[in-house]
Design a protein around this ligand. Sequence first.
Ligand code: 2RA
Length: 351
Amino acid sequence: SKPTLALIGATGAVGTVMRELVSTREDIWGEIRLVASARSAGKLLRVRGEDVVVQALAPEVFDGVDVAIFDVPDEVSAEWVPVAAARGAIAIDKSGTFRMEPDVPLVVPEVNPLDARDRPRNIISTPNCTTLSMMAAIGALHAEYTLKELVVASYQAVSGAGVAGPARLYDEIEALAGDRTVGQSAGDVRKALANKLEDDSPFPAPIAFNVVPWAGSYKDGGWASEELKLRNESRKILGIPDLKVSATCVRVPVVTTHSLAVHARFEREITVADAHRILEAAPTVVLMDDPANGVWPTPVDVVGTDPTYIGRIRQAVDFPNTLDMFVCGDNLRKGAALNAAEIAELVATEF
Ligand code: 2RA
């Protein structure tokens, strides 16, 4: 019989995309159970064209579940992922809680699918959306040219912060719309917003008309947690423990789709033509790289789709063996729900 799937966090930004994906991808699942916090229990949500009642998170919801996909805050995962695993489910976790634990694989199916088999705790982690948004492309280049260093700047969409992110961006744009004087003197955007909106933004600065050089929580040395995740997770997924990585993560007024400017040094010379050949052959990567004709990826052109898009590929003039590139990936799809769905499909072949 077909395996039973549980989606934990079914009502969130990623949960919503997750329901859409399991409704449109190959239907390999038997029962699909929807689980959320007690607040959402009893709601009806659509999956595979049917209304399903959302159940409150409790140990019993995992009974009979083969695969449980979690997209919930770190502390909820810390408590409930081990409960699901103890009850016999393979737990696929999107939170940061288990990603760097040595006995929990961190999987991107295009890059390290075999790692999903070695899961002593019955837990598989899926990476942060910023790491994931570039990994299919970088992994393909690494497989042939051996990556040595990555310097990355991210341009992260507001939906990375959950449903509150887009809500805030739309509110701010609406509050500022029509006023053609704002954005021209220091503090005027803040003042205009303070007059019209509650002070409850998920972002540490105005996000409309702005870029915010901060994503995540504060870490030693002045790093933002997103920047360290990008470093640590890239090393683990690619299996290069000493990969040199430096990142600056920036939030931009884009609803969905993270972009990354990537400066990547390889073990040997790699030309633009080499990179094109590899990326064209990578099944989940779309090469959009014809700058003479204005062809490169942007979030508004790729949002809502599955692939990783790459363009602006250049050989760095002053750095040997190095490419500069621009990558875009939908942070809710490949960056979150899609990668989890793909891992689930990978392990479902075991049932
Ligand atoms: C963000 N990467 O974009 C985070 C979400 N986990 O905020």
